[in-house]
Design a protein around this ligand. Structure first.
Ligand SMILES: *Cc1c(COP(=O)(O)O)cnc(C)c1O
Length: 399
């Protein structure tokens, strides 16, 4: 019998705030009604603000982030097109796999898991491609398997420096609404996201933002597509309608989650993720024998920490013990990281107290699984980090 709250610290689906859950408890409604656009039109406008774009189109496909990956590719590219990709974790791996299965000619740069997009190599490849054979460059903004954030502005710079007009495709499923993302400033052509991570909603929407250049490309690109066709969506989205039954409950939830993001302020939301992640990282640093999978501070993700456990323990035990004994879910090690890491998702609806619960429960599970960390060591480091932060914000002198 489980009592109290179940602690969900996986990097998606994330905790859905009470306000959002309540907002979704509404009767079904007519998605062809004359006033349906009153519900949906503000969502497109709100998402544009979250993507930080004035000119791009936002699409909401019933589906998930993976569907939005597919929509991005099939709408804008042709079979046999050469694309530049990189792989450094399970999610970047899966996008490469999809691109190959859809018939793209993928040049994939494999990078050690724990590092991010190899911008220097991208820059070389783009400079060398004087004939413009590379049609698209792909980058995973936040690799959720390893807790690595990449520098998308630098990828844009590599394209510009090479005077290359390949389109830029970015997976920001676990970054959008939590880590700085700038569609227009970074010249992103296709940005992929989903509802169940930073946007604090249940799973069910693949969210995609497409630049005008990408929309133009969709008019001539020949890859097969039907359910995900931009043209069908755009025909109806203008009035707030959809070519098939949309998930109206999720729209009601999104109205509330966007309101929450804008009430707090998008910049403040991003700063909060940085602050909370800092406490989590301080704790990991204090755990003897544990370290972040992210190889360097430049890659540290503010939404998920992938924690390498000491050699003599199995991270799967940490995860199952946390779940069985302490009512807490952590993310697992994916693919080559299975058994080696557990992940703490720290994004979305989150505060210091929740992070302390995650860390306290993680310490108990680590010890139970045989790690020789000192109970309280990470908790104390995070407490110091958060207290110090609060003092700075309140301009109270340090003790
Ligand atoms: C969660 C995630 C996905 C996949 O999204 P689904 O909604 O599960 O299809 C893709 N990329 C990254 C980086 C993710 O974190």
């Amino acid at each position: 019998m489980k009592t109290g709250q179940t602690h969900l610290f996986i990097p998606g689906p994330t905790n859905v705030p009470e306000r959002v859950r309540m907002a979704m408890n509404v009767p079904m409604q007519d998605m062809r009604a004359p006033d349906f656009g009153e519900l949906t039109m503000p969502l497109f406008a709100g998402l544009k603000k979250v993507f930080r774009t004035n000119s791009a189109e936002v699409f909401m496909f019933p589906g998930s982030g993976t569907g939005a990956w597919e929509a991005a590719i099939t709408n804008t590219l042709n079979k046999g097109d050469k694309v530049l990709m990189s792989r450094f974790g399970q999610f970047s791996h899966l996008w490469v796999d999809m691109a190959k299965r859809l018939g793209l000619d993928v040049e994939c740069i494999d990078v050690e898991w724990g590092m991010g997009v190899p911008v220097d190599i991208y820059a070389e490849k783009l400079k060398a491609d004087t004939k413009g054979e590379i049609k698209a460059v792909f980058a995973t903004h936040n690799e959720t398997a390893t807790g690595v954030t990449s520098d998308i502005a630098a990828v844009r710079k590599a394209l510009d420096d090479a005077n290359h007009d390949a389109m830029l495709y970015v997976d920001t499923v676990s970054g959008l609404g939590s880590i700085d993302f700038r569609m227009d400033d970074w010249g992103v052509d296709l940005a992929v996201s989903g509802s169940q991570k930073g946007l604090m909603l249940p799973a069910g929407l693949g969210i995609l933002c497409a630049s005008q250049k990408a929309v133009e490309a969709s008019k001539t690109a020949q890859m097969d597509r039907c359910y995900f066709a931009f043209a069908d969506m755009m025909n109806l989205n203008g009035g707030g309608y959809f070519p098939y039954t949309p998930p109206t409950q999720l729209f009601h939830g999104m109205r509330e989650s966007l309101a929450m993001i804008f009430e707090e302020g998008l910049d403040t939301v991003i700063a909060r993720h940085r602050r909370l992640a800092g406490g989590i990282r301080a704790a990991i640093d204090a755990w003897d024998g544990c370290r972040l999978c992210a190889a360097d501070a430049q890659w540290h993700s503010d939404t998920v920490s992938s924690i390498v456990v000491p050699d003599n323990i199995d991270a799967r035990d940490v995860i199952s013990i946390a779940y069985d004994r302490y009512n807490t879910s952590f993310g697992s090690g994916l693919s080559q990281l299975a058994g080696k890491v557990f992940r703490i998702g720290h994004l979305g609806s989150l505060n210091e107290g929740m992070c302390m619960a995650a860390l306290g429960n993680a310490e108990m599970a680590l010890c139970d699984a045989g790690a020789r960390i000192e109970l309280g060591s990470g908790v104390a480091a995070a407490q110091a980090h958060y207290r110090n932060d609060v003092r700075q914000n309140l301009k109270i002198a340090a003790e």
